[in-house]
Structure formats: C-alpha cells, structure tokens
Ligand binder design. Structure first.
Ligand code: GDP
Ligand code: IMO
Ligand code: MG
Length: 428
C-alpha cells in the first residue's frame, strides 16, 4: 500500500498544487476529495503557469489517472472551462479522467444564494469565493442536492431542478429582493454540460479501491486547509466541507485502514484570504512586503491574502486533527533577507497562555500571540535542492518548527518551479 493524503495545514493556499505536481512523478493516481472551484491550485512548469480549481493537479503529468471524488462539489461550467484550458495547452487527459457519480453539482441558484447571502451579511460576511460552495453543500446535507449521476437522467434532473428552484427563487425574491432564475434556461444549459461530461462520470469508489488493491501509488489531493474545515476550523469563518484528512476517506469512499501517510502542507509563514480571526497577522509594512514578495494574491478571486508569522499552535492542531506523518514546508525563499523571524508558540488570553488552538472564535480573535524569535538569514534559498546547502539559520528555523510541532519536515519547497525542492523523505 503506497498512498498519501495531501492536506492544507493552515488556511489554504499553502502550495498544495505544487507539492501534488511534484509527487505525481511517482504516482499512478491523483484523486481530489472535497471542495469545489473555490480552490485555486497553482502549478508552475518552466515558463507556464497553470491554475487548477477542480481537476487534480496531477493532470499535468502524462498518463496519470485523475479522479474527482464524491466529496467534491462540481460547477460544470467551471470544470468545462478548465478542461478546455488544458486542451488548449495540448494536455491530454482522455481515458484518464473520471468524475464520481455521487459528486454534487453546483447550480446557478447556489451561486446566486451565496453572493446574496454575503452581500446581505455585509459586516459579518465570511468573505466566501462567491462560487456557490456553501449552498451546494447545504443542499447535499439537506438531502435534495443534484448529483453527477442525475445529469445523465434528464427526467430526474428536471424534476429535482424544478423542486429546488422553486425554493431558491422564493428565497431570492422574498428574502433577498433579488431576481429569480429560469428553470428552462438552466435545464437547457445543464443538458449541454451533461453531453460534454457524461463519458467521464463513473463509479469512482470502485476505481479507487481497485487501485489500492492492485498496489497503485495514490495521491489524495485536498483543497483549502485545516482551519477552513467546517468542524475543525475557525467556524463560522470556514468553508463547507471537511478539508482535513478524514475528508479523504469520506470524499473518495475508502476505509481509514487503507491510508498510509498524511502530508500537511504548510507555508513557512501564514496567510489567510477572507474574513475571520488570524492571531499572527501582520498589518504593517512587513506584512505588506511578504505579500508582495510572496505574490500573496488569491489564485481564484485575486484578493490580497492577509499575511502573518508562522504559528505552531495551528501546526500542532493540524498535526492532531489530521494525524500528520510529515510536513512539506513551502515558500522558505520568501523569508530570505529578514533580520529576525518570529514563531508563535502559544496564545495569551485573560492572562493565561494556552498551547492549544481554542474552539471559541472570540478567544482566537482576542488572543495575543506568544512569540519566540530566531535570527534570519541573508543568503538566497531560492532553488536550493539540498538541505546541506541551506543557510545555517534557515536550517535552525526548520529544525525549530519540527521540534515545536512534533512533526518531521519531509519536504522543503524553495521556489515555484518543479525542481525548486528539497525532498528529505519520499512519500510514495
Ligand atoms: P494551493 O491552493 O495550496 O495549491 O496554493 P496556491 O497555488 O493557491 O498558492 C501558493 C502559491 O505559492 C502559488 O503561486 C505557488 O506557485 C507558489 N509557491 C508554492 N511553493 C512555493 C515556494 O516554495 N516558493 C515560492 N516562491 N512560491 C511557491
Ligand atoms: P485552496 O484549495 C484559501 C476561503 C474563502 C472564505 C472561506 C469560505 O486554493 O487552498 P467558500 O467560497 O469556500 O464558501 O469560502 O474559505 N477559501 C479559501 N481560502 N484557499 C482556498 O482554497 C480557499 N477556498 C475557500 O476565502 O474565507
Ligand atoms: Mg490556492
């Protein structure tokens, strides 16, 4: 058995796409298990940049099987656009791309409801990506969602669409004072999507379990990050799925006994996009300089990402919830040239210090981070490929994170490109 769950260890955008792309070299199958096109996974190959939202980042390697699991919510328009983008760049995925029959479909009324809800909430908004993710998962849990298999059965699709749209239009007009949507238009549009996507829709639970049983090497690609998990994140400032490692079992239809490793992807500092508490956020010039140097602008919405120091209270929480077997530390190069580096080791609230990530959102919001300080390094780490070649203080920073988080750092990423990486422990 050789497989690894790739999970974001912070608030998303940790560099999961790059790490999945690198690890795909040794993999046979790459499977995405939750989220939707709220995700934006960037992969840089030579001078080409690819941003993947729904399709697993492994698609850029020829001949690898790529699966979208049942835990994902799929906006067909977005998926087709992504497929067309790949075809334009001569990336061939025919015969190797599969979509779960049980994956839920994002409908136009989900997008309208998401956006209306956010604008009505104004000051208390979550800062969603506006892609309809929350309402699509709401329908799934409410047991009236539309699944990929329904796209292939026009009568069932139409009946579900009409029933759901009746409710959505009622809410849109009466509560949000917004325009209604038309069933006929949506039906025609989605039947076209069905024509295009039909041949990829499959029993992916069987495919993935067969792959496990025949000793295929598998990467399970997560989206978002641990603190955006609907159960274990900074609720309600989270996304609507289980982004943590358990989500891979649910979102693919595999048993927990079939998982070998869980690799947490963590940036060498912390970022967050959208609203919600962020104890180590730097609202000063240093935060701005990290944002600029790190190109910290959302891959999906283009929004500026909030930047802050590395927080091991978060990494310890992430290690516990996900059962991390290792960490891939990314964007080390962005910290080059800093005089001092801070690491948050605890939160002080009402005079007491805790090392555990609090469940109460107001405590997270009003906690004061407790920092330790380390010396930075002046040399460039960009593109360094072996641990020995790193500046001494960079090595100390990495070893300190390992010691404080209790998780071994298996991979260090030193640039955007594929070969800008130090692999200390192979995953597959
Ligand atoms: P994801 O959502 O977790 O896949 O991460 P994103 O793609 O949204 O954001 C990560 C960004 O950092 C992307 O632009 C990557 O190309 C970039 N990146 C990843 N690893 C490194 C690294 O080690 N150094 C630098 N400079 N950039 C990196
Ligand atoms: P990747 O996979 C960072 C954030 C949004 C918002 C909250 C809820 O690229 O790491 P949603 O649209 O999901 O209902 O928004 O979650 N968010 C992300 N932040 N990276 C992501 O994905 C994100 N996907 C959602 O900004 O705060
Ligand atoms: Mg991203």
């Amino acid at each position: 058995m050789s497989n690894v769950i790739i999970v974001g260890a912070q608030w998303g955008d940790e560099g999961k796409g790059k790490i999945v792309d690198v690890l795909t070299e040794r993999a046979d199958v790459v499977a995405r298990y939750q989220g939707g096109n709220n995700a934006g996974h960037t992969v840089v190959i030579g001078n080409d940049k690819y941003i993947l939202h729904l399709i697993p980042s492994g698609i850029l390697h020829k001949g690898k099987q790529c699966i979208i699991g049942n835990g994902v919510v799929i906006d067909p328009a977005s998926l087709i656009k992504e497929m067309d983008g790949l075809i334009e760049k001569a990336i061939d995925f025919e015969g190797n791309f599969f979509i779960s029959k049980s994956a839920h479909i994002v409908m136009p009324y989900h997008i309208a409801l998401d956006q209306q809800c956010e604008s009505k909430k104004a000051a208390s908004k979550i800062g969603t990506t506006g892609r309809g993710i929350g309402p699509a998962y709401t329908d799934k849990i409410a047991r009236h969602g539309i699944r990929a298999a329904d796209l292939l059965n026009p009568a069932v699709f139409r009946q579900k669409l009409e029933a759901n749209l009746e409710i959505a239009n009622f809410v849109l007009t009466n509560y949000y004072k917004a325009e209604t949507l038309d069933a006929e238009t949506i039906y025609a549009q989605y039947m076209k999507y069905a024509e295009r996507l039909g041949k990829y829709i499959a029993d992916t639970d069987i495919l993935i379990n067969d792959a496990i049983d025949t000793d295929k090497k598998i990467l399970f690609e997560g989206a978002q990050g641990t603190l955006l998990d609907v159960d274990h994140g900074t609720y309600p400032f989270v996304t609507s799925s289980n982004t943590t490692a358990g989500g891979a079992c649910i979102g693919m239809g595999i048993g927990p006994t079939k998982i070998k490793r869980v690799l947490g992807i963590a940036k060498a500092y912390t970022t967050r996009v959208g609203e919600g508490p962020f104890p180590t956020e730097m609202k000063d010039a240093l935060g701005e300089s990290i944002r600029q140097k790190g190109g910290e602008f959302g891959a999906t919405t283009g929004r500026a990402r909030r930047c802050g120091w590395l927080d091991v209270v978060i990494l310890r929480h992430s290690a516990r919830i996900n059962g991390l077997t290792g960490i891939a530390l990314t964007k080390l190069d962005i910290l080059d040239g800093m005089d001092k580096l801070k690491i948050c080791v605890g939160y002080k609230y009402n005079g007491e210090t805790t090392e555990h990530f609090p469940k109460e959102i107001d405590i997270v919001q009003n906690s004061e981070p407790v920092y330790i300080e380390l010396d930075g390094w002046k040399e460039s780490t960009l593109g360094i490929k072996s641990f020995d070649k790193l500046p001494e203080n960079a090595k100390k920073y990495i070893r300190k994170i390992e010691e404080l988080s209790g998780v071994s750092i298996d991979i260090i990423s030193t640039g955007q490109k594929r070969d800008e990486i130090i692999v200390l422990r192979e995953q597959l």
